[in-house]
Structures are given as structure tokens and as C-alpha cells.
Design a binder for this molecule. Sequence first.
Ligand SMILES: Cc1cc2nc3c(=O)[nH]c(=O)nc-3n(C[C@H](O)[C@H](O)[C@H](O)COP(=O)(O)OP(=O)(O)OC[C@H]3O[C@@H](n4cnc5c(N)ncnc54)[C@H](O)[C@@H]3O)c2cc1C
Length: 506
Amino acid sequence: MNSSLNAARRSRELAEAGDLVVDVLVVGLGATGAGAALDAASRGLSVTAIDAHDLAFGTSRWSSKMIHGGLRYLARGQVRVAHESAVERGLLLRHTAPHLVRAQPYLLPLTPAVSGGQAATVMTGYRLGDGLRMAARTPRRLLPGPARISAGRALSLAAPLSPNGLRGALLSWDGRLVDDARLVVALARTAASRGARILTRCRALELAGDGARVRDELTGSTFAIRARTVVNATGVWAAQLDPDIRMRPSRGTHLVLRPETLPGLRAGLHVPIPGESNRFALVLPQHDGRVYVGLTDEPVEGPVPDVPQAPEEDVAFLLDVLNSVLGVPLGRQDVAGTYAGLRPLLAAGGRTADLSREHALLTSGSGVVTVVGGKLTTYRRMAEDAVDRVVALGRLGAGGSRTARLPLVGAGAVPEARAVRKVGAVPDRLRARYGSEAGAVRALMAEDPALAEPLPTGITRAELVWAVRHEGALDVDDLLDRRTRIGLVPEDRAAALPAARAALAY
Ligand SMILES: Cc1cc2nc3c(=O)[nH]c(=O)nc-3n(C[C@H](O)[C@H](O)[C@H](O)COP(=O)(O)OP(=O)(O)OC[C@H]3O[C@@H](n4cnc5c(N)ncnc54)[C@H](O)[C@@H]3O)c2cc1C
């Protein structure tokens, strides 16, 4: 079946949704829900998956975009979670999404604030992390091992570092997503190609083990979706649909810097947080040239907002930590944008940073299976566990999960010779975002050269049109805030708004 999502397909499938009884209803289309829809559909089950807003509307688009090897879990003695993380990273890099996940180098600058003992401890951790890579059978050619490097080499990889007192740096490698929201879109489209109905702007008002009452957020009409089993994958909002669940979200804030703010930054940075022995801020160069700086971990009380905001105290904290390693300190005016996300942590005692990041499966009295917690890196494993649970509960007669080796839309080589013959060379930027579909996106520009016009971050008008035709974008917010990340910088968003409107009418 076709993987393209668009307004016409949504209308058609929405009209059918009320008349069917599907095997699995998935509520929530972040990484976990889109992963569950794919897992179930690829086992041959009939699936409807809904989101109150859009694909990747929730926490999944506010991550640090790291595909973790599990080191931090090892440091807490969570060996099983650490191993699971390393295995999932390997699957993404090798089989399921090699176009969206790349190896990223990180430096821990050895400044006077980092003692020799601390550096030795961190290096031991990095070596253990490399052991996890080996245990997960991820080849070193995909993820090189750690090394101590000289101050000169560190400055060649990260020119903005202050040279004063720099003894060198510890170099390590981990996975990085080109864009977390694109992973969700790829999951949803791959699920759609296996027959799953992917319906955005459909809010579950009430859930039961045999379906949901749903409101079409575009028309306001309500209807029922009947299902043999139901997965609640609504992340930080899970408790709104199951009152037995208690969440204790924690806010993580990132700063967004323009490409020219930290020129010559070719590696990410682990910056020790002053006064804490094993906590680091992250400086994360992005594929589009922007740099993110994160991240805080603050418990949040009260109602869960649709879009969390980054408070000024988080911004000041991150700037202070960043400035502790820069040659030329940055000010508030250098911060072009900010974003904050809420970690979907289950309530338990202790500080949120110490809460288990493992995922949980909870079955309500009415038979709804909630899958919550975990992280982006382990979405596939969370999805597999949730679908295993509903298959057993609903006696659905499906086999085991098939997603470990199932390439997502775009995985695989760009059909090189054909693309070049038809449309000329396909830029690396497009390959990294579209993988094997890059040639088709490029072909749009060949058909209409006006579509090649670049917008902020280098995104072209063609990509907006592609998002409307194939990636389920229904309005300008979908285009600017999720199919592309232009919207992370408000000025860039305003500049691209007319192009987004034009793409919807194209
Ligand atoms: C700041 C931050 C940084 C992070 N960095 C990383 C990282 O680098 N690497 C990593 O592996 N993990 C990271 N994580 C963790 C990871 O982002 C999350 O664990 C993961 O994205 C959660 O995905 P989810 O699908 O469970 O939830 P979400 O992405 O929040 O999806 C839930 C969806 O449910 C929908 N929904 C809610 N209510 C309803 C309803 N009533 N009806 C229909 N739909 C509904 C929402 O619109 C939303 O789209 C980070 C988390 C945070 C907060």
C-alpha cells in the first residue's frame, strides 16, 4: 500500500473509521504510538492510530535528538536498560533508519575545572559505553571508539572553546537523529504502507478496552472507534485518559543558536555542570547548522500544557554553563530560540533525574494498555512490548514483532543513476532528510524551478510541497513546526510563513 499521508487520505480513512472494528486502536502518534501502529500493522493486524493534534506533536519533537548507547543507565547500574538502548541504537543505525541516524562526535573539554581524577572516571565510562556498543554488535566503523585528544585537535573540532588552560579533550561517539519529528513521520508512513489508518486531528475523549469516543478536531463532530484492543501511547498526557495513572513530568529546556553564533563547531560538547560530579550540559550541532544547548531537568506540577514553554531561569542557567567553556561568552541576545519538552515519567519517590527511565506497561480495569516512559531511542522496543501485550489480551492470533529489521520509509540507497539522469545530483542535505526519496523531492524542483528557492535553514519550497502531498501536513504549523523545524526560531518562522501558505495551496 502507498505510504503517502495527506488530507485526501485522511478524509477517506476517517469516513471509514467509524464503521470498522479494528484489531488495535493506538492513541497518540509520537514515536511510541507511531511505533506501535507500525509494529501491529506489520504483524498483519488491522490498525487505526489517532492523534489529537499532529504526528510528533508532543514530547517526541522536543528531544535532544540523541540515539543513546545507554551509558548514562550503566552509570546508574541499570544494565538491562543500557543494553536495550545500545541494541536499539544499532538497529536504527544499521537496519531501520540509517538515513535518519548518524554517528556524532562529542568532546568533553579538559578545562581547569575538570580534575585528572574526574577525567579518568569519565574515560572509564566511555570505554564501558564502547563495550555496550560491542555487546550490541554495532560495528566500530559506524561508531568509533573513545579517545583522549590534544588541545590543538580539540580546538580544530570545536573552535569556540576557550584555549586558556585547555589540556585536551575526551572524544566519544553516539547516535544522532537528523530530526526527531522526521523519525515519527517515517514511522507513521511506514505503518500506513502496511495498511494502518493514520488519523491526525482526532482526539480520544474517553477510552475503554473496546474502543474510544473520538472528536474530529477539524469539524468538532464526535464518533466511536471500535477495536478489539486499545493502546494508550499519549506520553505525558496518559493520565488524562486513565485516572489510575500518575505522571510526574520533568521539563527539559534547550536553547537554539543560529549557525553563525558558534562558527567552527564540528563536534558536540559535554560540558560539566559546575558543582555536580556526573551531570553534563550538551552542545548539539544540528544537521541544518543550528546548535542546540540543553538541558535542564526540573519537576513540573499542575496541568500539562499542549506546548511547554522554556522559562528564563532555564535559559540563564544553560547560558552560564555554556559560557564556562567558551572563548567568547554568549549573551541572551545570541539565543535565537528556545524549546522545552516534558519527560513522560511515572510518579515515584525521589528527584526526577533519578527516576527510572525504563518504560512501563499498565493495563487498566477496562483493558486499555498504556505504554509510557522510556525514551525515543527505545521506541521500537516499547512498541513491541505494548503490541505483545494487546495480542495476548485480545487473543489476536498474530506472530511476534517484525520491526527489528523492517526499514522505515526512506531507508535504503538513493536510486543514484536514475536520480542523476532525471534531475541532476541530489544534495547531501536532501539525502540526510529523505534517504531513498531524496531523488523524488529533487524531481519536484526540476519540474518547477521556483520550488528550489531556499527558505531559512536551507529548506526548499519543494520540501513543503512534499510534506503536504506525502507527509500528512495539513496546515502551516505542521509544515513549519514539525515537518521542518524552521519554527524553532521565531524570526525564521515569520519569514517562511508565506511559503508555507503557498505550499498548502500549490
Ligand atoms: C527535553 C527532552 C529531551 C529528550 N531527549 C531525548 C534524546 O535525546 N534521546 C532519547 O532517546 N529520548 C529523549 N527524550 C525522551 C523522549 O523524547 C520521550 O521519551 C519520547 O519522545 C516520548 O514519546 P511518546 O510517543 O511516548 O510521547 P509523545 O511524543 O508525547 O506523544 C504523545 C502523543 O499523544 C497525543 N495525545 C495526547 N492526548 C491525546 C488524546 N486524548 N487523543 C489523541 N492523542 C493524544 C499528543 O498529541 C502526542 O502527539 C527526551 C525528552 C525530553 C523531554
